[in-house]
Design a protein around this ligand. Structure first.
Ligand SMILES: [Zn+2]
Length: 61
């Protein structure tokens, strides 16, 4: 399988549609949940831990 321009023609499936809560196109149409805010999965907004990590260069064990 090639990774260049020819394979881009396969990208015609609409997996994520506009989310009703956060407004991003991150709501999975078949799974019925938003990957960004967690809408459909939880009533609270989804938090992503990697977004607020410190930039001090601390390494994970
Ligand atoms: Zn959302």
């Amino acid at each position: 399988m090639t990774k260049g321009t020819p394979s881009m023609g396969k990208k015609n499936k609409k997996v994520h549609i506009l989310c009703r809560r956060c407004g991003n196109a991150t709501y999975h149409a078949t799974h019925k949940e938003c990957v960004k805010c967690g809408f459909g999965k939880s009533s609270k907004l989804k938090k992503q831990g990697f977004q607020n990590k410190t930039l001090s260069g601390a390494r994970r064990k």
